[in-house]
Design a protein around this ligand. Sequence first.
Ligand code: ATP
Ligand code: MG
Ligand code: MG
Ligand code: MG
Length: 479
Amino acid sequence: MKAAEIREKFLNFFASKGHTIVPSSSLVPANDPTLLFTNSGMVQFKDVFTGKEKRPYTRATSSQRSVRAGGKHNDLENVGYTARHHTFFEMLGNFSFGDYFKHDAIKNAWELLTGVYQIPAEKLWVTVYQEDEEAYSIWKNEVGVPAERIIRIGDNKGARYASDNFWQMADTGPCGPCTEIFYDHGADVWGGPPGSPEEDGDRYIEIWNLVFMQFERTADGVLHPLPKPCVDTGMGLERIAAVLQHVHSNYEIDLFQKLIAAAQREVQAQGHAVEITNNSLRVIADHIRACAFLVVDGVIPGNEGRGYVLRRIVRRAIRHGYKLGCRKAFFNHLVPDLVAEMGDAYPELAKAAAQVQAILKSEEERFFETIENGMGILESALAGLKEGGQLDGDTAFKLHDTYGFPLDLTADVCRERGMTVDEAAFDAAMDQQKKQARAAGKFKMDADLSYSGVATEFKGYDELSVANAQVTAIYVDGT
Ligand code: ATP
Ligand code: MG
Ligand code: MG
Ligand code: MG
């Protein structure tokens, strides 16, 4: 079953159960400064859960484009290292706004997975929130999942990718206990069930999270009950596609194989042989989706906020291309391949394709001007370190400041060699530069004031910090 068909079956299944199909919203959340990017299907319904907004329906279903890079749910560091994480992915979801609750949420999910998608029940494991007896009993007594495949999870903070059965959109906003469904990819893959010491492995992969939205967390940390309990579910399209296409990794599904082949084509066009299974090709294929869709939704590469996250993703992708031998632009050439794969589902992508490619091209060409020298400096610094060593903060800062290497890019190179970066020293170098820029700015301002003699021109420190941000911005670019 192709990804497009899986998406359609999901939406139609919930439509047949009285849900209104709602289109995906933008990756840039509307009027929500608390959130960097739309990171899940519920974001566009946030005010509906809290009762601030009314819709003409109480049940909805969607396939939501989502980005998890920066902010509370940040998977940038996981891409290239796990089989299941992307920066950009599609989240299939069904929502109840004070309508059905735990029973229907659980039963519908089970019916879709085992009935419509025909997944063998014995491959599925579930977790419930530690104290949620109701959810436990529905799974055990009504659905009939054997007790040994139902796991209670509390605040499990031990493992790197630890399960945590209390879901929150961000530090504030709607939240609640959840129950999650995992698929066992079989003994060939390393890993243990959720909650076990081996859960960091990729054998048991979480496919679907059913959140019982019951609270809104305010900035003071207090949980306030929602006017009515709600349901918010999210299933990664790429993860369920991996299950249904009988492959282990998300990167082996139909949609990704074409993009990975396109990335391989670009590397080969620059005269370098590369195996289709090369990890860097996967990272590039992941990143073109995030970058293109962010531009579609109005984000432009820049030095702050959303624009800087986009810039970091573009540069990470380019660094992976560089690693494979690319010495000039390749990344933006993947836009038409992406349109071929996803333009039907996302007409806004097809429409903006030329513009998206042009923006990525100029961003890419700019980084190709400094990457070679930067990589040279990084390589020689790393050559002087032992396995497990730490790159000094001054070098990391110089790479950032003069060559436009975001810290996470430098850290990614180090991680590939089993090394780390002295981030505290990097931060100290950054602070030092800000202080100097501020002093220079103040000096300039004093001069301006004395020149014009108009003290009222001084608009306070807000403007000053804007000016400094621009100064830093110029350095960040290495221009
Ligand atoms: P994981 O524990 O694997 O990181 P999660 O618990 O952070 O996943 P949720 O916040 O529960 O994920 O999101 C709901 C669903 O969205 C997940 O069950 C999964 O199918 C999918 N999903 C989450 N993060 C990603 C990602 N980075 N890439 C692809 N799919 C994802
Ligand atoms: Mg996660
Ligand atoms: Mg999880
Ligand atoms: Mg989850």
